[in-house]
Design a protein around this ligand. Structure first.
Ligand SMILES: Cc1cc2nc3c(=O)[nH]c(=O)nc-3n(C[C@H](O)[C@H](O)[C@H](O)COP(=O)(O)OP(=O)(O)OC[C@H]3O[C@@H](n4cnc5c(N)ncnc54)[C@H](O)[C@@H]3O)c2cc1C
Length: 396
């Protein structure tokens, strides 16, 4: 609960400036708080020179954290193929496991997946717990959440990590609610704090303008989804050995709120951007959808994939699966072309770790040039056709 003490408030406006949520107004030299907007972050309390704001938080009941140990990585698979982000999480998980002197476990769900645990052990897992059940053949978040919650309550891991993929983003929040713990979504960094025993979970906040480090001090497990391509996988080692446990979960099909009807693959001939070594991305500077054929042609001439800014996706010039950035995909190609893209912070959040960035923009002051290794100031409608012609000549 938060309240203003009228007798102390002089309406100086310090709290108004401190509030990032536009939740405070000053009328007749008195502050008032809009509780619909207020997130109880406490920034106004600290900013008030007159101690005129009081924030009362509920006493949080701490649980017995000593019962929880080990790091779990959700081993996402589709049609028997492990998602690449899983190997990255196992790489990071190994590092955390050695700092925490804990075991690293991969948790796998699906049907006919007996061959996958060995692969997870070769990539760093000490143990694999898996549920092999026809009910888990197709991803359904209610069932996957039930399976994960059941296992987490039984084994009590200290940490659960999952990829911030369509699947992970869909069912992992349900797990956090079911087992009553916190979840940090879309992390770009994870570290262990040996003093507190907490996992430091870092992610962009406030539209990517700051990096926030979040902890789960009172609850276990500590849950995080992590973006693809921000952690490094370990080299495969088939000499590693580990423990494999087959588990069973009872599903209550009568209480299901959703049904699996079918799976329709996106109809596109374009290469998946998260796996591509070269990405050619277009933005609003392309002016209209049909001009994206130029981007596709350049990508094709380089055996690359097509990316897009959110402006281009919002204009329906490209499907969402091609969006690069904070609310799209994080990519880490060898070469990233940004064409007609200004370089907003939210776009940079998804591509600035590319090895080599080539930008084409007619505005010499476009922010994209600050991260570009090679910048071409010019009209993309003149530059791109020349590039395509030259690349085709060289490759021929
Ligand atoms: C919460 C949030 C999340 C977001 N997530 C994302 C995200 O995931 N990804 C993302 O991309 N954006 C995201 N955005 C949007 C982002 O802030 C920008 O609005 C967006 O990236 C702009 O796209 P753009 O660069 O294509 O368009 P603009 O900013 O309009 O830039 C177009 C550029 O094209 C150049 N240009 C124009 N004509 C030509 C020409 N003929 N030749 C050469 N250059 C030309 C212009 O100089 C300009 O720099 C997000 C925003 C918010 C608030």
């Amino acid at each position: 609960m938060i309240e203003i003490i009228d007798e102390k408030c002089i309406g100086c406006g310090a709290c108004l400036r401190a509030c990032a949520y536009d939740a405070i107004t000053i009328t007749d030299k008195l502050a008032s708080i809009n509780l619909d907007k207020c997130t109880l972050c406490g920034a106004c309390v600290k900013s008030c020179p007159f101690d005129a704001i009081i924030l009362r938080r509920k006493e949080v009941q701490s649980m017995d954290k000593s019962q929880y140990s080990g790091i779990w990585v959700y081993a996402e698979q589709r049609d028997g193929v492990i998602a690449p982000v899983v190997y990255e999480l196992l790489g990071k998980g190994r590092d955390l496991a050695s700092q925490m002197e804990a075991e690293l476990t991969a948790v796998l769900f699906g049907s006919d997946i007996d061959s996958l645990p060995a692969d997870l052990i070769a990539h760093g897992a000490d143990k694999v717990i898996y549920v092999d059940d026809p009910a888990l053949k197709h991803f359904q978040d209610e069932r996957y959440a039930k399976a994960m919650s059941h296992l987490a309550q039984k084994y009590k891991p200290a940490v659960i990590l999952a990829g911030a993929t369509v699947m992970g983003r869909s069912f992992i929040p349900r797990v956090a609610v079911q087992i009553h713990t916190g979840l940090t979504a879309d992390c770009t960094g994870l570290e262990y704090d040996p003093e507190s025993g907490n996992l430091l979970q870092t992610r962009p906040a406030f539209g990517g303008n700051i990096m926030a480090t979040i902890i789960t001090p009172n609850h276990r497990p500590q849950m995080a989804t992590v973006r693809h391509k921000v952690m490094n996988p370990l080299p495969r080692d088939d000499g590693r050995s580990g423990i494999v446990i087959l588990e069973q979960v009872d599903f209550d099909f009568d209480s299901q709120m959703s049904m699996w009807l079918g799976f329709e693959k996106e109809k596109t001939a374009l290469v998946n951007i998260t796996e591509a070594n070269i990405i050619v991305s277009g933005g609003r500077g392309l002016k209209e959808a049909r001009n994206f054929t130029m981007i596709e042609e350049l990508a094709e001439s380089l055996d690359g994939a097509v990316g897009a800014s959110r402006a281009a996706v919002d204009a329906e010039w490209m499907p969402y699966s091609h969006q690069v950035g904070q609310t799209g995909k994080t990519v880490k190609p060898n070469i990233y072309f940004s064409i007609g893209i200004s370089g907003a912070i939210q776009h940079l959040a998804g591509m600035s770790s590319a090895d080599y960035i080539i930008s084409i923009n007619k505005d010499p002051d476009a922010p994209i040039f600050k991260v570009a290794d090679l910048g071409i100031v010019g009209d993309l409608f003149e530059v791109v056709p020349i590039l395509i012609k030259r690349i085709k000549e060289i490759r021929a």
